[in-house]
Design a protein around this ligand. Structure first.
Ligand code: XMP
Ligand code: MG
Length: 175
């Protein structure tokens, strides 16, 4: 597959994704039986994973979507992440964050901090992909799809420069 100037090859097939999603959902269904969790998916990358995962979730639950915008603060060197679109009251809720990929883990740490500040009863993470060698933060990932090498991936919601989200498989960049 070619996107713009880059060639990509299949890393994870549609069948492998479907199988793994069923297994992840089985775990969540067992753990959240009778609990009414609130799933919160991080846009844009996780939209396809979230949709397919939710079709396999059998417990009573809600789903909501958030976006993150990071910007540089004028006064400090650190980048600040702002969380957009969370209208639900998450106080005392059992939250499950749905993410497409955890790379350095920086994004997930800031989301977890924000949710804990808002007084969730519990918060767990389900991520389809993890780059273990890129991870720089200590994150407890309860539900993990695939560990992948530290290579750039696209497809199944993930993008290269805004393109390539609309595929059934996940692709890695050809070196
Ligand atoms: P961190 O480093 O905060 O990054 O864990 C997580 C976010 O970075 C994006 N990301 C990728 N997007 N292919 C992509 O299309 C990749 O290989 C990749 N690695 C990281 C992604 O948006 C994720 O939410
Ligand atoms: Mg993302």
């Amino acid at each position: 597959m070619k996107i713009k100037d880059k060639e990509f090859e299949v890393l994870i097939t549609a069948e492998e994704l479907n199988q793994k999603i069923k297994i992840l959902a089985e775990g969540i269904n067992a753990d959240y039986k009778g609990k009414n969790p609130l799933f919160i998916a991080i846009l844009n990358g996780s939209f396809m994973f979230a949709a397919d995962l939710m079709k396999e979730i059998e417990v009573e639950c809600g789903i909501s979507f958030i976006k993150l915008s990071s910007y540089q603060e004028m006064t400090s060197t650190g980048s600040v992440t702002e969380l957009i679109g969370l209208n639900e009251n998450i106080f005392k809720r059992d939250v499950v964050i749905i993410e497409d990929i955890i790379d350095t883990g920086g994004t997930m740490v800031s989301v977890l901090d924000e949710f804990r500040e808002r007084g969730v009863s519990s918060v767990e993470v389900v991520t389809l992909l993890l780059k273990p060698t890129a991870l720089q933060n200590n994150i407890d990932i309860k539900y993990l799809g695939f560990e992948i090498p530290d290579v750039f991936v696209v497809g199944y919601g993930l993008d290269y420069d805004g393109l390539g989200r609309n595929t059934k498989a996940i692709y890695q960049i050809k070196s």
